[in-house]
Design a protein around this ligand. Structure first.
Ligand SMILES: Cc1ncc(COP(=O)(O)O)c(C=O)c1O
Length: 389
């Protein structure tokens, strides 16, 4: 089956956060939404079919995650990432972000330190603060348009209060796919210092050609025992509004703690539609995903080429994963507020301001390319016009 990602789907008045609630998050009203990370594409056909069938059935009672759903997750991870996981390692969460909150609260004490590597997905900050813990920044180094981990800085910042690192693998917003060497070095440092690795791998299925996602826990038995992996079908198949994710915990001791966290938050039962949709996606969504990734690559290429040719004042970081473009606007010489106003008022775009992503984010914006190419082109034209007039 051929999927048409060029199709413009009007999402206005459908309850979409990105389209219908943007006024709550941006000062300007009439701006084009390229912010929150979902895509303006339909999900794979098998997902639509199963949801239609469920909706038609008309009885929407409680459910639980089925054996068959867990089989589908196990098979998908094996087939896509060559990582053999066991069904008993799988735990439910409606989302990766809620899971991060519970993980911080359950595996660290208030006052403990938790490391993050900014610029990074901003809800990490809130999850750490919400658990009463201290954020320790281990900023990434930007060298020749690529981000690298700074291990020297990391080792210098470790002390007895550091209990956890929240790793973003692949990295949002920079789109880095971490190498085996980087992950191994990080994993060894964490084991030597008794630091739990929480690896957010929500973008792991969306790796662009030429790169390979390596699940942190797949690297060694020791790493598996010292980690929690947050994984989900929501970015992969555009199911974010259905709310289901998979928290993978190979260590039985850590697993027991997670179950307590779920029980304490009365959060053990998933949404009926979410389980059905996720299973259908894992079983029948591969073809759609391959076509999607190739389309997204085309969008990234357009951004790179268009900027190089028409807006040399700015530069997109070369991504290895996902549909988010991280654009360096530091040469425009604006502070964060000016840049935000400029993108909203002059370019007419709702983008995520880089400063949200913490240290190293100033002067950048994040643009969501999960939309038809013609839309990306129009947005680039708007930026070009804004920069040059
Ligand atoms: C790195 C990362 N983690 C988590 C999420 C969101 O997870 P969820 O919607 O499952 O809470 C996102 C969404 O953009 C993300 O980029």
């Amino acid at each position: 089956m051929h999927y048409n990602f060029d199709e413009i789907i009007d999402r206005r008045n459908t309850g979409s956060l990105k389209w219908d609630f943007k006024e709550r998050y941006f000062a300007e009203k009439d701006i084009f939404p390229m912010w929150v990370a979902d895509m303006d594409f339909k999900s794979p056909q098998p997902v639509i079919d199963v949801l239609t069938e469920k909706a038609q059935f008309g009885v929407y009672g409680y459910t639980e995650e089925t054996e068959s759903y867990h089989d589908a997750v196990v098979d998908w991870i094996k087939q896509r990432h060559n990582w053999t996981i066991k069904k008993e390692w799988l735990h439910y969460s409606p989302g990766v972000v809620p899971a991060l909150h519970w993980i911080v609260q359950r595996y660290a004490y208030p006052g403990d330190k938790i490391i993050i590597q900014p610029p990074v997905y901003y809800p990490f900050f809130e999850a750490i603060k919400n658990g009463g813990c201290q954020i320790v920044n281990n900023p990434l180094k930007l060298i020749d348009n690529r981000y690298y981990m700074d291990f020297e800085d990391l080792e210098n910042k470790i002390d007895d209060r550091v209990k956890m690192i929240v790793l973003c693998n692949p990295h949002n917003p920079g789109g880095m796919v971490w190498s085996r060497e980087a992950l191994c070095r990080l994993g060894d440092i964490c084991i030597n210092n008794d630091i739990l690795v929480v690896s957010d791998e929500i973008h792991g299925d969306l790796v662009l050609s030429g790169s390979k996602h390596i699940p942190f826990a797949a690297l060694s038995e020791d790493f598996a025992m010292n980690s929690i992996t947050c994984y989900a079908p929501s970015k992969t198949f555009n199911l974010a509004g259905l709310q289901i994710s998979n928290i993978i915990i190979p260590n039985p001791r850590l697993s027991k703690e997670y179950k307590i966290a779920l029980a304490r938050n009365e959060m053990s039962r998933p949404n009926l539609f979410a389980v059905a949709a996720a299973e259908a996606a894992y079983r029948g969504g591969q073809q759609w995903l391959e076509q999607l990734i190739s389309y997204i690559e085309g969008n990234h290429k357009l951004v790179e080429d268009y900027i190089a040719k028409n807006i040399p004042e700015i530069k997109a970081i070369q991504p290895q994963a996902s549909y988010l473009a991280w654009i360096d606007c530091r040469n425009l010489g604006m502070d964060d507020q000016e840049l935000q106003r400029f993108m909203e008022k002059k370019a007419g775009l709702a983008l995520n301001p880089g400063a949200m992503f913490g240290q190293g984010g100033t002067g950048f914006v994040r643009m969501n390319l999960g939309c038809p190419r013609s839309v990306v082109e129009e947005a680039l034209q708007q930026i070009e016009h804004a920069v040059h007039t």
